[in-house]
Design a protein around this ligand. Structure first.
Ligand code: P1T
Length: 388
């Protein structure tokens, strides 16, 4: 297989891997940027005699390059690219779980994950419980003989809750359960779940990995060869693969991931500090704030606190809905993790699908994806929007 990542051995550093892993110059022409292989099929010299590629759903050189690049950053032995984060999540659930088995979902997670479980996997026989993962007694109480997996987002979407990955992995492994970490918010630059004991890492590469709001993608990284075989089988059998140009866009984004994350973190820290002092703000969720309940764990397991901030508007739902429409530098839009700052109202936008469920979010909550613009412009923009 061409999917070996570099792992966390004493080899090249993160930024070097981001720029070079899976990105070797083209041996045929010397092109420093590997060509985008748009071919859907590959010539065979004789039946079965080929260069490792037959048909692009099964394997494509540009996709391979992306898979090796992100696997190298996550320290994963195997990496698989998908057409979206949801397609990646679906492959992980299908690869590991069958009818009658049980999965534990956090009480704060992307609404689409909940929708996938409830609307697609529950009708096919999967069962699931929603648990506050910061409460060990609740986790213990929810564990069933059929439990095979704990799904974690840390930091979570949209409340930025932090879960201790190493402690959770110890708990789940003692009970024969798998730990899957959605690392979309942190990225491998800030946190490497597999090194902390998780079994599988997933991404919406639409977000920080791509980094420019111009591509949709997903990624699965893992170390176990049997599970990897199953994910690889599903990638080909179901066919939710990204096109070569989408793979190129993610690859190009990943090359600057480290420097972008440094600025995302710095800007988000300044925004969180500013909001904490603002009279129109009732509460700020950001793991970098010392009073955040997950702050100490975040200090231990993350290199920085990330670019996402959410907060409650003191004026309630109507004031929150009005404020998100007033910003001029922050764009009112779903998604996150790109160079431009975004603002949104989770209850009516990204998390509308969990309305009325145990994952429902406060109607006065506003979520920010803090981008790379000049920090003073971001703070002035928020100030104006919150003053009304
Ligand atoms: O949109 P897609 O690439 O399919 O990824 C789904 C997904 C998975 N995991 C997390 C943590 C996510 O945040 C998302 C997508 N989230 C948004 C679109 C959003 O605005 O929150």
């Amino acid at each position: 297989m061409t999917r070996r990542g570099d792992g966390e051995h004493a080899g090249p550093g993160f930024e070097t891997r981001a720029v070079h892993a899976g990105q070797e110059p083209d041996p045929a022409t010397g092109a420093v940027v590997p060509p985008v292989h748009l071919a859907s099929t590959f010539r065979q010299e004789a039946v079965g005699a080929h260069h490792g590629y037959e048909y692009s759903r099964s394997a494509n050189p540009t996709r391979d390059g992306l898979e090796r690049q992100v696997a190298a950053l996550e320290g994963a032995a195997f990496g698989y690219a998908f057409a979206s984060g949801m397609a990646a999540e679906d492959a992980v659930l299908r690869a590991a779980l069958g009818p009658g088995e049980h999965v534990i979902l956090p009480d704060d997670a992307y609404g689409g994950t909940y929708r996938l479980l409830e609307g697609v996997h529950a009708p096919a026989g999967l069962t699931w419980s929603v648990v506050d993962l910061s409460d060990p007694a609740a986790l213990e109480g929810a564990w069933q003989p059929e439990t095979r997996m704990v799904w974690v987002e840390t930091p979570s979407n949209p409340l930025l809750s932090v879960t201790d990955i190493a402690a959770l992995a110890k708990f789940a492994h003692a009970r024969d359960g798998l730990v899957v970490v959605d690392n979309t918010f942190a990225t491998p630059y800030l946190q490497r779940p597999l090194a902390l004991g998780a079994d599988v890492v997933v991404h919406s590469s639409t977000k920080y990995l791509g980094g420019h709001s111009d591509v949709t993608g997903g990624f699965v990284g893992l170390d176990d060869p049997d599970q990897a075989e199953r994910v690889a089988f599903l990638q080909n059998a179901v066919g939710a693969v990204p096109g070569p140009f989408d793979c190129f866009l993610v690859q190009r984004g990943v090359k600057t991931l480290g420097v972008r994350m440094e600025r995302h973190c710095a800007n988000a820290e300044a925004v969180a500090a500013f909001l904490s002092e603002h009279p129109s703000v009732a509460a700020v969720h950001y793991p970098g704030l010392p009073d955040h309940p997950g702050h100490d764990v975040a200090v231990r397991q993350m290199r920085g606190f990330g670019g996402m901030v959410s907060f409650l508007h003191a004026g309630g739902e109507a004031a929150a809905v009005a404020a998100v429409a007033r910003t001029e530098v922050f764009t009112l839009a779903e998604s996150l993790g790109a160079v431009e700052s975004l603002i949104e109202h989770p209850a009516r936008m990204t998390h509308a699908s969990v309305s009325g469920s145990s994952l429902a979010v406060e109607p006065s909550l506003i979520r920010l994806s803090v981008g790379l613009e000049t920090i003073d412009d971001l703070l002035d923009d928020l100030d104006r929007a919150l003053e009304g």
